[in-house]
Write a protein that binds this ligand. Structure first.
Ligand SMILES: *Cc1c(COP(=O)(O)O)cnc(C)c1O
Length: 395
């Protein structure tokens, strides 16, 4: 489907791309809660099933609300095609099932979402896909890990929770030189702050559950890229295996996309204020935020992203006891591991999101017992600071 807003600004496309009005002339995007579609006659049914005529058959394959979300997200990421999935994890699963085969090798950043690591190590490995892990920011170790059967490089940038930033242009050059795909989980920045395809990535995956929804309501995901790989290979897996996005969730995510640009800017402004405030706080040891001048990839983040995002990690003086004391003192912040919400959340990565990571791997990834992660929401920043000050005063 052509994108009639192709030459317009990001914020415009976020509001309008992908909508095709029906004969009812509705203003907002309609929600098509239907599992199947009717045909005019037997001939048309046969033509649809044989592929001679394009059109809706069944919502595991296509649904107009889901398609609107796919077209809008593809436009925002600058991709030819997008497919929506039931979750971020099924977006990652569908990508690998659609594109790789038994005997293929994956090189992955070791700083990835914990469940993605379980997917690689426990499940994809059962079907003959092997994964090796490297440091996100160490280009030489990516190069060394590539083998003749390596088909994909996989990463998240910025990383969770340390906000390390990968050089996407350099990794894309490496991937191309070795004839493998660069697959980027763009969950933390979203296309509002970073468009990996424009920096040479081949595939972008999303957990729409986070910032794309932005208000903590629905689970969903998406894959964006070229017509062949995403529109055919990955879509083919999706329509067969069925981790399809529901039209209700697609509608919710469409509403999320409409405010994505504004929200990501606002999250980033507040996160930078918070990071600077924490950095000068006597009870705080280290702050991990790529917007701070002292961050090791500050210059790269400035070049690659239009802002630094809403996630701030920091270490307090003391260990787990001090970190938990701070969490238990908050009155407004939500104690939950979810992120990307309008509500600010606080979590202790070592015992929640990264609890299943081995002690050695935690050391390797720099996740300590004294570390806390905040997903900075859209409340008044002063109120977030007051809430954290309560706990910091006890340390
Ligand atoms: C949450 C998350 C996922 C998984 O997404 P779900 O929607 O929970 O399945 C994948 N990658 C990153 C970076 C995430 O934060």
């Amino acid at each position: 489907m052509t994108d009639s807003y192709k030459n317009q600004g990001f914020a415009t496309r976020a509001v309008r791309a992908g909508q095709h009005r029906t004969n009812e002339n509705e203003h907002a995007e309609p929600m098509f809660l239907t599992s199947s579609y009717v045909f005019d006659n037997a001939q048309q049914a046969a033509a649809r099933f044989s592929g001679d005529e394009v059109g809706n058959i069944y919502s595991r394959f296509t649904n107009p609300t889901v398609r609107t979300f796919e077209e809008r997200l593809a436009s925002l990421e600058g991709g030819e095609a997008a497919v929506a999935t039931s979750s971020g994890m099924s977006a990652i699963l569908s990508t690998f099932m659609g594109l790789l085969s038994a005997g293929d090798h994956i090189v992955s950043s070791r700083s990835i979402f914990g469940t993605t690591r379980v997917l690689f190590d426990k499940y994809l490995s059962k079907f003959g896909l092997e994964t090796d892990y490297v440091s996100l920011t160490d280009l030489a170790s990516w190069q060394q890990a590539i083998k003749p059967n390596t088909k994909a490089l996989f990463l998240e940038t910025p990383s969770n929770p340390l906000n390390e930033v990968a050089d996407l242009a350099a990794l894309s050059a490496l991937a191309k030189a070795h004839d493998c795909l660069l697959i980027v989980d763009n969950c933390f920045c979203t296309p509002a702050l970073q468009q990996p395809l424009s920096l040479g990535a081949d595939i972008v995956v999303h957990s729409a559950t986070k910032y794309i929804d932005g208000q903590g309501r629905c689970i969903g995901g998406a894959v964006v890229g070229d017509t062949q790989r995403v529109g055919d290979d990955i879509y083919g897996f999706l329509r067969t295996a069925g981790p399809t996005m529901s039209p209700f969730n697609a509608w919710t995510f469409l509403k999320g996309l409409e405010t994505l640009d504004l929200r990501m800017k606002a999250h980033s402004v507040s996160a930078l204020i918070l990071a600077k405030w924490l950095e000068q706080h006597p009870k705080v040891k280290t702050v991990f935020y790529s917007g701070l001048e002292g961050h090791p990839q500050h210059e790269l983040a400035k070049k690659q992203q239009s802002a630094f995002g809403g996630i701030v990690a920091f270490e307090v003086e003391g260990g787990r006891e001090a970190a938990w004391k701070l969490i238990n003192a908050v009155e407004m912040l939500s104690i939950t591991a979810n992120l990307g919400d309008t509500k600010t959340t606080i979590t202790h990565p070592a015992t929640t999101t990264h609890a299943r990571v081995s002690p050695e791997a935690k050391v390797e990834s720099g996740i300590t017992e004294a570390m806390l992660r905040i997903s900075v929401g859209l409340e008044a920043i002063e109120d977030i600071q007051v809430d954290l000050q309560r706990g910091l005063d006890l340390l």
